[in-house]
Design a protein around this ligand. Structure first.
Ligand code: AP5
Length: 184
């Protein structure tokens, strides 16, 4: 059983590595970005509300995200562990998660922070070409990350949960570094 959070800027490889670990450890990969993109594609109420924020590279308001996480972690498959990718994204979300995990008695074991230089992030995202992967929106996503998400590095370091891993290596090398951390 593993309960881990992926932290890192847009393009750091959170989704890529979370998918590998999810398969290897047989625990659900909970990506708020994927959940929101599905909601946008299906044009649900959530999707309609989230779409303009996502297209601009802004965070979707917390009130749309917090219940979604509560419900997801309440599902049966989360009882044996989970990997959070893209959540929490700011200090308010992190405090919410803290309380929620205490409530359900499922402490997070470790926060994996992927480190990748900015110029590499930008070229990875431009090459991927998702709807929010254009220069202007990428610039904003990076700024939003610096202002709102990066403070979580200190937040989790203070809780002795943070482990930083070099994400600027071939995907397999990142995966094996992460596996070593998780098996330690
Ligand atoms: P989200 O989907 O979370 O996007 P993100 O954080 O910007 O992350 P990315 O998916 O771009 O990057 P990643 O680190 O997962 O990298 P990946 O593995 O894909 O969020 C999108 C939007 O949703 C937000 O802007 C916001 O509006 C909203 N949102 C989501 N969660 C929210 C929340 N909690 N609160 C509020 N709003 C929220 O890799 C990127 C590319 O690089 C891929 O092409 C991959 O193949 C490649 N790559 C990966 N690893 C390597 C490697 N080692 N070497 C070479 N290439 C690599």
């Amino acid at each position: 059983m593993i309960r881990v959070i992926f932290l890192g800027p847009p393009g750091a490889g959170k989704g890529t590595q979370a998918a590998v670990i999810s398969k290897n450890f047989d625990v659900p990969h909970v990506s708020t970005g994927d959940i929101l993109r599905s909601a946008v594609a299906a044009q649900t109420e959530l999707g309609k509300k989230a779409e303009s924020y996502m297209n601009a590279g802004e965070l979707v308001p917390d009130e749309l995200i917090l219940n979604l996480i509560r419900e997801r972690l309440d599902q049966e498959d989360s009882a044996n562990g989970w990997i959070l990718d893209g959540f929490p994204r700011n200090v308010n979300q992190a405090n919410f998660l803290d309380k929620l995990l205490e409530e359900v008695g499922q402490p997070c074991e470790c926060v994996l922070n992927l480190e990748v230089p900015d110029n590499v992030l930008v070229s990875r995202l431009l090459a991927r070409g998702r709807k929010d992967d254009n220069e202007e929106v990428i610039r904003n996503r990076l700024e939003v990350y610096r202002k709102q998400t990066e403070p979580l590095i200190e937040f989790f370091r203070n809780r002795q949960l943070l482990v930083s891993v070099n994400g600027h290596q071939p995907m397999n090398s990142v995966a094996s570094d992460l596996e070593q951390v998780l098996q330690a």
